[in-house]
Design a protein around this ligand. Structure first.
Ligand SMILES: [Zn+2]
Length: 206
């Protein structure tokens, strides 16, 4: 795309690095900002910069947080003996939106995927096993997407914690195979948590 301004060209090139944003959309966004008062761009860039510089990951559950321990982990009315294991932060948001889960979370940061070069050591699995070892955990709920990678990850964790004899369950498969959690509607997702099944059963049915 030939542009009369190198400055515009550079801004468009940067914006179009974002997922789902092509060059055309990037140009539209850049031109939109140029039409707005300069303060608008200032607000946008400083919000992004501040987020990037200051955001933290909860040291207990690895959820995104503004402080060392996230709001969910810090909430004393949540049941710490029930841990919902999810792939990423978006899953925490989706489940929180159902308002049906009162336990705490553990964010793995992805799932085991040899094709993408992601092994167990790149995920937050050790800290999860450590939590189980403390003896304060009664149940782990696997809420990963029902893909092959999700199943592999569940099973890997299951093997690690099996000896501690806690209850392990998997969310009910009302969610179609391969669907990502964040796209499930709240009612379905809420139900699938309430109607969770023993993990061993989920192994037989899949
Ligand atoms: Zn937390």
């Amino acid at each position: 795309m030939e542009m009369s301004s190198k400055l515009l060209e550079r801004a468009v090139a940067e914006i179009s690095q974002l997922p789902g944003i092509g060059k055309r959309t990037a140009l539209r966004l850049a031109l939109h900002l140029l039409k707005q008062p300069a303060e608008q761009t200032q607000l946008l860039t400083s919000a992004l910069q501040k987020m990037r510089d200051e955001i933290q990951f909860c040291r207990q559950c690895h959820n995104i947080s503004d402080v060392e321990v996230c709001e969910i982990c810090a909430n004393t009315s949540r049941d710490r003996s029930v841990i919902c294991v999810v792939e990423d932060i978006r899953d925490v948001m989706a489940i929180e939106n159902t308002n049906l889960f009162k336990g705490i979370y553990h964010v793995l940061g992805g799932k085991i995927s040899p094709i993408d070069g992601i092994g167990p050591s790149q995920l937050n699995i050790v800290t999860l096993v450590e939590k189980v070892k403390t003896g304060n955990v009664k149940e782990l709920i696997f809420a990963l997407s029902s893909t092959m990678e999700g199943d592999t990850t569940n099973f890997y964790i299951y093997k690690q914690i099996k000896e501690y004899g806690i209850v392990t369950s998997a969310i009910a498969r009302g969610i179609a195979v391969g669907d990502e959690l964040e796209f499930a509607d709240e009612v379905t997702l809420g139900r699938s948590i309430l109607h969770r099944v023993p993990f061993e059963n989920s192994l037989k049915s899949s």
